[in-house]
Design a protein around this ligand. Sequence first.
Ligand code: FE2
Length: 426
Amino acid sequence: MAAIKGPVLVFVLAMAFGCVVCYDRPVARKDVSIPQPKELSPTSPQQVHASVVGADKMRISWITEGSAPAIVEYDTSPGSYSKSATGSTSSYRYLTYKSGKIHDVVIGPLNPNTVYYYRCSSDSTREFSLKTPPALLPIKFAIVGDLGQTGWTNTTLEHIRQSNYDMLLLPGDLSYADFIQPLWDSFGRLVEPLASQRPWMVTQGNHELERIPVIHSTPFTSYNARWHMPFEESGSSSNLYYSFDVTGVHVIMLGSYTDFDPASDQFKWLQDDLGKIDRGKTPWIMAIIHAPWYNTNTAHQGEPESTLMKKFMEELLYKARVDFVFAGHVHAYERFTRVYDGNVDNCAPVHITIGDGGNREGLASKYMYPTPEMSIFREASFGHGQLEVFNATHALWTWHRNDDDVSVVADTVWFTSLSSDPACKL
Ligand SMILES: [Fe+2]
């Protein structure tokens, strides 16, 4: 018998051990820390990021080391700022750390699908630009959780930048500062090149809690101070859960680490919010959580933020015909079929775990066997997802694996909206 060599041997072994696609995973990469640039003055804006507010406004958030005005000047040509808006400034303390001045200004009304040029705190040394989402479909979302700030995060961010996305959705675990507050500043500087150019809409994970019994008992201090999301506009009483409409899609950001039982404010708010959705205006609905409700990785099994939240809230999302539930927390990628109450159901949401941004804790590489029928694709690699919603009926989901600095499309699937499926009419 001829000798079996190289790729042939790999294939034979792969088939023998049940691995259809063998993948040599690159080694872990170190944390990156982005220091404050020396050329920045105490009044220079840094950590600039944008988020949508209502139909035609954007919130610009940034930090200065010293006192500076909370003003954003903007217009549609570089170097020309005929419009301006003012906002508020805050700061927070965490143990011995005192934050810089955190500025928060809402600009608009803005035209859709338009590039605006802006400066913050009247600082003429740094001009930023920002593209607003389109008024009409199509729209492209970049979706990635558990981002962190490592060499892999850098690669993920570069791949997202190249995608020419319209909006980023982040299902929790942002900076992995984990009580070390200067790492929040480092994270702000790391994501600024992207987050100042497109709206970044986030929800929180366990790494945002930063609660220390007795010493610092208030949770989410840094997250809430730095990442003000448009909760007021959606009738929510908390920055930890909110919703918004963008280009034919209703996006619901839920809080896995705040109360979600039927007596909670979040539960009642979700009921109200789902009841107000106009499927003629937003034919697609997606929900974003941190701890996944469906998960066949051995990591994070049985946590109450997964099991109880699913128990209490899954029926609400199912009956509203939510199309997608995106989660993070498990540092890997997994796509399920449409599933409700543990069973395949053609009128239920597709659940996707996308907690593979590149954080310092590494990948969750152990899975449960045999693979359940409802788990369609699972892989422990870093990467990110893109959801391109083309029209009221069709959307394309792609998962992009980070493979030696190259973005590789490893999973692709077309989805049809539940609102267009006569069999799913309520
Ligand atoms: Fe997490």
